[in-house]
Ligand binder design. Structure first.
Ligand code: NAD
Length: 391
């Protein structure tokens, strides 16, 4: 029975994937084997000695102390891409909000005091907009969200130019072949009626859209930022709005400065706020957690390597080991098994930065002494042995 500590409001559809006969799920567990959370901050929390994994139903993991999790050999998961469709749909809304003057139009329609029909007909020309087909969209960052945005914009009839210097093969397969590839960000920006940002916020992308890059965009173009506030230099954006270099700035990240500006359409961080996205995140987090707890497999961890090992027909048990990524760890581990004359049916070892992870399939239960010997090897952080389910 695995004890799962649940923080925050995790979608019931996800929790329902944890069967009662194998999982004890609750909000106040003592010594949990795993934690499931959304925004709960764990920086000041103790890490129980038996904690194996933390799964975040969401993308960012800055509420989780990764250094301490690494030291304790705890696998931390997130759910990249589970909210990508939600963000994509909001970006489409952002495109339409800006080019059809919907925000201004709705405000006008709401505030007409009398003789509505006459006033509507007299004033509607003020809100005349533009259609999307034939307009050019530059998508900066072709990850889970950017690829979806690029494909849907193409389906709406737009010309789409993508820029991502580290596009993965998997994402490239998802991307429509009609999307043009820009070799430099400037080439993408200089041709765009709309620019949409889908890059992570980090030290390299802080103020990614600065005054110089805003000047690369054609006059009167639209910038959409559904990534993070920090990837845009807000002062430069305000200056570009004042000179009409930008016609609109559409963002999911409001600020006092932006509130004072015309032609800013700011939403209250609604990108991933859909029932479906929350459910997708919870389902993905729980599935990843179960694969790890029941089979030792890792998918979408932020601190341990991705690893998969099909069980071989003659294997009955599996040993999993988290260790520091140092020379001769596998040699020392297998030596302990050889001393007990344990036959290794299959084995895989992968490393990621300072950590490594090993799965060893065997056809017997190894003794507590041998497990303790492996645990005592300098550099080994966490060892587990469990039976593999019968075929
Ligand atoms: N508004 C919201 O509520 C909301 C919701 C989810 C995600 N987000 C944000 O959206 C962003 C993208 O999310 P994702 O799930 O697509 O991430 P992802 O990791 O799948 O994709 C990010 C992509 O950006 C690329 N990239 C990194 N630096 C780049 C650069 N300098 N120029 C061009 N490309 C660059 C990477 O190669 C990667 O392909 C993240 O910042 C995330 O925080 C916002």
């Amino acid at each position: 029975m695995f004890k799962i500590q649940v923080y925050n409001n995790i979608s019931q559809t996800g929790l329902d994937l944890l069967p009662n006969d194998r999982y004890d799920v609750g909000a106040s567990q003592s010594s949990p084997d795993a934690a499931l959370l959304r925004s709960q901050k764990l920086h000041d929390a103790d890490i129980p000695a038996n904690l194996l994994a933390v799964a975040r139903a969401g993308a960012g993991v800055n509420n989780i102390p990764l250094d301490r999790m690494n030291q304790a050999g705890v696998c931390v998961f997130n759910t990249p891409g589970a909210n990508a469709n939600a963000v994509k749909e909001l970006v489409v809304a952002g495109l339409l909000l800006s080019c059809r003057h919907l925000y201004e139009g709705i405000h006008f329609a709401k505030t007409i005091s009398d003789d509505i029909n006459t006033k509507v007909e007299a004033e509607k020309k003020r809100f005349k907009g533009q259609e999307l087909p034939g307009k050019t969209l530059a998508v900066i960052g072709l990850g889970a969200i950017g690829v979806k945005v690029a494909n849907v914009a193409l389906a709406l009839g737009m010309r789409v130019i993508g820029f991502d210097p580290a596009l993965t093969v998997a994402r490239a397969w998802e991307l429509s072949s009609d999307i043009e590839h820009a070799e430099t960000v400037d080439k993408a920006l200089s041709q765009a009626d709309f620019v949409t940002l889908h890059i992570p916020a980090n030290n390299k992308t802080r103020d990614f859209m600065n005054a110089e890059r805003l000047q690369q965009m054609p006059k009167g173009s639209v910038l959409l930022n559904f990534a993070r506030a920090q990837v845009v230099d807000e002062d430069a954006v305000c200056a570009a709005l004042e000179t009409s270099q930008l016609s609109h700035y559409v963002t999911d990240f409001p600020s006092e400065r932006l509130q004072a500006m015309n032609n800013v359409i700011a939403l209250p961080h609604l990108g991933a706020s859909t029932f479906e996205a929350e459910e997708n995140c919870a389902v993905m987090a729980v599935k990843q957690l179960r694969k790890f707890l029941e089979f030792g497999l890792i998918e979408n961890s932020v601190n341990l390597p991705t690893i998969h090992l099909d069980r071989s027909p003659d294997a009955t048990d599996r040993i999993t080991i988290v260790n520091r990524n140092e020379p001769n760890m596998v040699g020392q581990i297998t030596h302990c098994l050889a001393e007990e004359k344990v036959n290794i049916a299959d084995m895989i070892n992968r490393s990621r930065e300072d950590l490594a992870y090993t799965l060893i399939d065997i056809n017997q239960v190894i003794s507590e002494q041998t497990l303790a010997k492996i645990q005592d090897i300098d550099g080994v952080i966490k060892v587990r042995q469990f039976p593999l389910p019968a075929f």
